[in-house]
Design a protein around this ligand. Structure first.
Ligand code: NAP
Length: 300
C-alpha cells in the first residue's frame, strides 16, 4: 500500500491558524503584540526572498514586525550596536539576522550578541545548551528540527520507544533533531542513532528505523531498499537537480529533489514527506511559533 503523504503545507497552515488565535488572546488579555525584527545586510536575492517571506508571515499573524535593511559595507561594530538596540527594545521578542553575512563580519560574534531570550532562530549556544538539558530548561527549538517534530506528532506517528535514525549531524538539523527525539518528552522518548560520512554501515542502520530523518543534502542518498516497510520517512534534503519551465509563469525554475527517492520510497514507507512541500513550509512557521513563545515568556 502506498504511504500516507505528510503534507507540510497543510500542517504549517494549521499551526499558523493556532498562532493567530494565540496572538489575538495575548492582545486582548495582556495588551501584548509579539514583535519580530529581521535584519538583512546587503542585497543577496535569496536572502531578500527569505526575509520577505518571514516578514509577510509575521504581518499575516498580526505581529509587530520590523524589516531592518542595512548596507553591504556596514561595519561589524555598527551591526553589533543594532543588535544591542533591539535586545533592549521591549516591543521586540524575536531578533533574526539573515545569513550569510558579508565576509568582513564575524557571523558567530553577531549571532552570539543576540539576547538568548530573543534568539528565535535558536542558534545561540545558551539555547542549544538549554535544548540539551531539556525539560523546563528548554526554551526555543531550532526551526527546522521543530518543524520535523511537529510533522511527526501531527501525523500520529508513535515515537516513544521507536528507533529513530538521523542521517546527518549538522548543527542546524541533524544534531538538534537527534537531541529532541531522545528527550523524555511528548513526541520524543525515542532510541536515536545518528549516521554521517564516518558511519560504517549506513544501510543497516537505516533499515532498523521506525522513523528515518534524512538531512544530508545528497540527492537520492537513501535507497528505497534501506527503508523498513511501514516506516515514517522525513526527507529534509533540498537539492537543485536541474531547471524546468514553469507552467504558470513560463520562467525557468529549479527542479528540487530530496535525499530520498520519493517515488520508490512511498511504495514502502508508511508515511513520507515530499520535496518540496514537506519540511520546507514548516521552518518559517516554527520561527513564528518561537516568537509567540518568547512574547508569552516576557509576560511571565
Ligand atoms: P550540512 O551542514 O551540509 O550537513 C550535512 C550532513 O550530512 C553532515 O553531517 C554530513 O556528514 C552528512 N552527509 C553528507 N553526505 C553524506 C553521505 N554520503 N553519507 C552520510 N552522511 C552524509 O547540511 P544541512 O544544513 O544539515 O542540510 C541538509 C539538507 O537539508 C540540505 O539539502 C539542505 O538544503 C536541507 N535543509 C532544508 C531545510 C528546510 O527548511 N527544508 C532547512 C535546512 C536544511 P559529515 O558531518 O560527516 O560531513
Amino acid at each position: 500500500m502506498a504511504a500516507t503523504i505528510i503534507d507540510g503545507n497543510r500542517i504549517a497552515a494549521e499551526i499558523r491558524e493556532e498562532l493567530k488565535k494565540e496572538v489575538a488572546i495575548m492582545k486582548e488579555k495582556h495588551g501584548l503584540v509579539p514583535g519580530l525584527v529581521t535584519i538583512l545586510v546587503g542585497k543577496n536575492p535569496a536572502s531578500i526572498s527569505y526575509v520577505t517571506g518571514k516578514q509577510k508571515t509575521a504581518h499575516d499573524l498580526g505581529f509587530y514586525s520590523v524589516q531592518d535593511d542595512q548596507p553591504e559595507d556596514i561595519p561589524e561594530d555598527a551591526l553589533l550596536a543594532l543588535v544591542e538596540k533591539y535586545n533592549a527594545d521591549p516591543k521586540v521578542h524575536g531578533i533574526l539576522v539573515q545569513l550569510p553575512l558579508p565576509r568582513h563580519i564575524n557571523e558567530k560574534r553577531v549571532l552570539n550578541a543576540i539576547d538568548p531570550d530573543k534568539d528565535v532562530d535558536c542558534f545561540h549556544p545558551v539555547n542549544i545548551g538549554r535544548l540539551v538539558i531539556g525539560g523546563s530548561e528548554a526554551r526555543f527549538s531550532p526551526c527546522t528540527p521543530a518543524g520535523i517534530k511537529e510533522l511527526i506528532m501531527r501525523s500520529g506517528v508513535p515515537t516513544s520507544g521507536a528507533e529513530v535514525v538521523v542521517v546527518g549531524r549538522s548543527n542546524i538539523v541533524g544534531k538538534p533533531i537527534a537531541i529532541m527525539m531522545m528527550q523524555k518528552a511528548k513526541g520524543a522518548n525515542a532510541t536515536v542513532t545518528v549516521v554521517h560520512t564516518g558511519s560504517r554501515d549506513m544501510e543497516a542502520h537505516c533499515k532498523r528505523a521506525d522513523i528515518l530523518i534524512v538531512a544530508a543534502g545528497v540527492p537520492g542518498l537513501v535507497k528505497p531498499e534501506w527503508i523498513k516497510p511501514g516506516a515514517c520517512v522525513i526527507d529534509v534534503g533540498v537539492n537543485r537537480v536541474g531547471e524546468k519551465k514553469s507552467e504558470k509563469t513560463g520562467r525557468m525554475v529549479p527542479i528540487l529533489k530530496g535525499d530520498v527517492d520519493f517515488e520508490a520510497a512511498k511504495e514502502i514507507a508508511g508515511s513520507i514527506t515530499p520535496v518540496p512541500g514537506g519540511v520546507g513550509p514548516m521552518t518559517i512557521t516554527m520561527l513564528m511559533k518561537n516568537t509567540v513563545l518568547s512574547a508569552g515568556l516576557s509576560i511571565e
